[in-house]
Design a protein around this ligand. Structure first.
Ligand SMILES: Nc1ncnc2c1ncn2[C@@H]1O[C@H](COP(=O)(O)OP(=O)(O)OP(=O)(O)O)[C@@H](O)[C@H]1O
Length: 476
């Protein structure tokens, strides 16, 4: 009777009944001693841990049991618990189970602990309302069959042989997970091999709804760092890139640039045409600079890709080697750089100054990343987005150029959506948008049509109305 406690009332209130039986004190009790429990129909908590029980409920306990602790026994087979529909907590740690089973109808089971058994496979838990599942110290290699545990909030898979986190992504309530001693091998394969893997940030990145990991709280700062490390937003990439160019540039002797205008309020005039590869922005930039050669000149970027047929060094790009490009970066020559399709592209400070020295406004073309980067600089260009309206037609246009692989074409087509999204979500990010319809219309005409009433056209008109020789420096 020393093991019995919590004397309470029965449901009718007429009888005194035992609700809690505890016999955990290494009494080496076998299930024959527990048979008496049949005579305690109101028992709701049973602690039979630290005994020598080999049989699962072989002694037929009362049906309304809520919490059962059978840890530290010698059980090896989980027999059916379908009769125990009120069971909410079941602790089976430190036994010899090699399989999970018999829980199918435990419709109230919210806490299940099977730590330190010999389980090698997660199964038999389908659709259970489990919130807290502990499988620490087993032989599990793979996270499987847990996608139906929609209420799962806490999961302990530490000290297993798990090497991949796949299978957990859709458990949206899962807040806390313990993965201590998880094999880092496969986790590292999920990321670029050259990237230094930070285990904690990598897991937080993969399971972004986590609030706890390996018994430590996941902080907001860690979540932000994880995303910034493994999938940085365009702003973050641009800010980092801008910062390194600034640092390299500040290490060089400082001069007053030709693009520095007398009044701080008037930025040096620049026009940036942006949009996905081969949308026609380069042709338009050249055309503008030809037709309005009193106002615009082309800012020639550097690239490490080789020239296409008909491209001229110094006109379309400055074609340089990878080594030269890297040297230029370290000499602080670039305002912004970007890697695209395995090649480097960069707008040098000198490319802008060459144009400014002529007293002209600089016109350049670049991808979205370049725009994000330039927005960090002190330049305040007008940004015109050229966006293909028909992705199929755009794909065909890329194919007919016969310059790109299918992967490059797919990437370029997919990037159209990124441009559309940025334009939709950030009004004003682009000063103007020109739909590219790829029909043999005069591109500049299209630009003008769509630019009417825009800030940019006013800007062009403004450029028209001032004498531009000596122009930029004195008038802007
Ligand atoms: N400095 C830069 N920063 C960011 N993007 C750039 C830069 N210079 C060029 N780009 C862009 O990189 C992409 C690839 O340039 P590339 O000249 O190789 O493409 P392309 O196949 O000739 O197409 P396009 O006609 O658009 O130039 C283009 O979208 C181009 O506008």
């Amino acid at each position: 009777s020393s093991c019995l406690s919590n004397l309470g009332h029965s449901a009718t209130g007429l009888e005194h009944v035992y609700q809690f039986l505890s016999a955990p004190v290494r009494t080496h009790t076998t299930h024959t001693h527990f048979r008496l429990i049949v005579h305690m129909p109101y028992l709701i908590i049973l602690d039979a841990s630290h005994n020598q029980l080999t049989d699962f409920f072989g002694f037929q306990p009362p049906k309304n049991l809520k919490e059962v602790n059978f840890s530290h026994n010698q059980m090896s087979v989980m027999t059916h618990l379908s009769a125990y529909s009120s069971l909410s907590k079941l602790n089976l740690d430190y036994n010899c189970f090699s399989e999970i089973g018999g829980l199918l109808h435990c419709a109230s089971l919210t806490h299940l602990s099977l730590a330190h058994n010999k389980i090698s496979c997660i199964r038999g838990l389908d659709n259970l309302p489990i919130k807290d599942l502990c499988l620490r110290g087993n032989q599990i290699e793979k996270i499987e069959n847990v996608e139906t545990l929609r209420t799962l909030q806490v999961l302990d898979l530490s000290l297993n042989r798990i090497s991949s986190l796949s299978g957990l992504q859709n458990l949206h309530l899962l807040g806390s997970i313990n993965l201590e001693n998880m094999s880092m091998l496969l986790l590292s394969l999920l990321f670029q091999p050259q990237e230094q893997l930070d285990y904690r940030l990598a897991v937080i990145f993969l399971l972004q709804h986590l609030t706890g990991l390996d018994q430590e709280k996941v902080t907001v700062e860690e979540k932000v760092s994880a995303v910034n490390k493994y999938d940085p937003p365009l702003e973050v990439v641009a800010a980092r890139e801008h910062m390194s160019h600034m640092v390299y540039q500040l290490m060089q002797p400082q001069v007053i640039y030709d693009s520095t205008l007398p009044s701080l309020d008037s930025p040096y005039p620049m026009l940036v045409l942006t949009g996905p590869q081969a949308c026609g922005k380069r042709e338009l930039a050249h055309k503008l600079c030809r037709e309005f050669n009193d106002f615009f000149a082309y800012g020639t970027c550097h690239t490490t890709r080789g020239p296409y047929f008909g491209e001229e060094d110094g006109s379309d790009y400055h074609f340089v080697t990878e080594e030269d490009f890297q040297n230029m970066i370290h000499m602080g020559k670039f305002l912004q750089t970007m890697q695209y399709a395995g090649h480097w592209y960069g707008l040098s400070r000198e490319a802008i100054e060459d144009v400014a020295r002529e007293g002209l406004a600089c016109c350049v073309h670049m991808e979205l990343e370049g725009v994000f980067s330039l927005k960090n600089s002190h330049f305040e260009p007008r940004y015109v987005l050229m966006i293909p309206t028909d992705k199929e037609q755009y794909g065909r246009r890329l194919r007919t150029r016969a310059l790109y692989t299918q992967t490059q074409i797919d990437t370029a087509v997919a990037r159209v959506d990124t441009y559309v999204l940025i334009n939709r979500e950030r009004p004003g990010f682009f000063d103007n948008v020109i739909p590219c319809v790829f029909i043999p219309l005069d591109l500049f005409h299209i630009l003008l049509c769509y630019s009417l009433n825009s800030k940019w056209i006013k800007y062009v008109v403004f450029l028209h109305t001032i004498p531009l020789n000596d122009k930029v420096k004195t008038c802007f």
